[in-house]
Design a protein around this ligand. Structure first.
Ligand SMILES: Nc1ncnc2c1ncn2[C@@H]1O[C@H](COP(=O)(O)OP(=O)(O)OP(=O)(O)O)[C@@H](O)[C@H]1O
Length: 347
């Protein structure tokens, strides 16, 4: 097992030049420690700067200011042989797999070994294929593979040179949910077996929830929150973090409510449909009885589930209550550490 290395971004900025001379500030003073041997997710909305940040970890992009280190190597300033050595040490997988269509699975996996002039390619390819579950498919061409199998080839190829770091650029975004889960499970196994550092970018909270022990939330080129996944999502301080958290539940509104719900509050009496999200110890709080008993509110449960972020509980409840009392209920729930969001109104 290779010794894992940390990745350190120190006040990294990136300005893309533009024709108008203004420039786009894609990253704005990012400082982030990616721990060695862990799986860290960077989550953010489209255009937040995720790809730009990730691509700095193997020198595909250079910072305008600041330092990027992988272990002891200064990636942003490396060139020539030093940069090639970093690229062998930092594998990468991609959303659209980036396989060569005219090479077989074996040929694709062998490519980095051939580039590195390794003579042990054949044996190594077999070993990697077993590791990612592609036994028996070595002679197939990419067009003959499913999306999940293609990504397994991508993973095997990224691991060919024995890197200590694996970067993942939205590697499961083009896959269906079940294939996504199996590819994420593979990444998790690889992390456990090989002990390498995995840094991934995603806009999907489900990915973070399934495999990331650590997370950083990025918004407009800045890291707004970072740390252990569970801690960050137990007490989300930033609106973007909260929106990712309330967006991940698998529970859905019953159809008879969803079909009648309006975005704005109708004239006359109506019910507010509210999502209540609770993490950690609150997951088992007697929340509804508190609303009923302490505030005298009538609350109807529409749907609910206790799910998990990593090993910890994370609950979501959809409730309906008098629209005129929704503000008061929300304030009380938030005071007890829960997150609330009015989804709409039903007359
Ligand atoms: N090569 C480039 N030239 C100019 N501007 C760029 C370039 N690459 C990215 N940008 C800009 O930098 C900002 C951050 O882009 P980036 O691709 O890093 O975001 P992202 O979070 O990965 O988005 P997405 O999820 O949509 O891929 C955006 O405003 C984008 O338009």
């Amino acid at each position: 097992m290779s010794v894992a290395v940390p990745i350190r971004f120190d006040t990294v900025s990136k300005v893309w030049p533009q024709r108008d001379g203004q420039g786009v500030r894609a990253l704005d003073g990012v400082t982030l420690d990616v721990p060695a041997g862990a799986i860290t997710g960077i989550i953010g909305r489209s255009g937040a700067g995720k790809s730009t940040l990730l691509r700095m970890a193997n020198g595909l992009e250079r910072p305008t200011a600041g330092t990027v280190r992988v272990g002891e190597a200064d990636v942003g300033r490396a060139s020539g042989a030093a940069l090639r050595a970093i690229r062998r040490d930092v594998g990468m997988i991609f959303q659209h797999f980036n396989l060569l269509a005219n090479r077989t699975v074996a040929g694709n996996i062998a490519l980095p070994l051939e580039i590195a002039g390794r003579r042990d390619a054949a044996g190594r390819v077999g070993e990697l294929a077993r590791l990612v579950g592609l036994d028996g498919l070595l002679d197939r061409y990419p067009a003959e593979l499913s999306g999940g199998q293609k990504q397994r080839v991508g993973i095997a190829r990224a691991l060919a040179t024995g890197p200590r770091v694996l970067l993942s650029d939205e590697a499961t975004s083009a896959l269906d949910p079940e294939t996504t889960r199996s590819v994420l499970a593979l990444l998790s196994d690889i992390n456990a077996q090989l002990g390498l550092t995995i840094l991934l970018i995603t806009h999907e909270m489900a990915v973070v929830r399934q495999i990331c022990s650590h997370v950083a939330v990025i918004e407009a080129g800045r890291i707004v929150e970072a740390g252990e996944t569970y801690r960050v999502f137990s007490a989300p301080a930033h609106a973007v973090t909260r929106s990712f958290l309330t967006g991940i539940t698998t529970i859905a509104l019953p159809r008879f409510v969803a079909e009648r719900m309006t975005e704005t509050r109708p004239q006359g009496p109506s019910q507010a449909v509210m999502q209540v999200t609770f993490v950690g110890q609150h997951a088992t709080d007697p929340m509804l009885s508190r609303l009923t008993r302490d505030l005298g509110l009538d609350v109807n449960i529409l749907a609910g589930a206790i799910e998990e972020i990593g090993p910890r509980p994370f609950g979501n409840l959809l409730v309906a209550l008098d629209a005129g009392q929704a503000g008061q209920a929300a304030a009380e729930l938030e005071r007890h550490g829960m997150l609330t969001r009015v989804l709409g109104y039903v007359a």
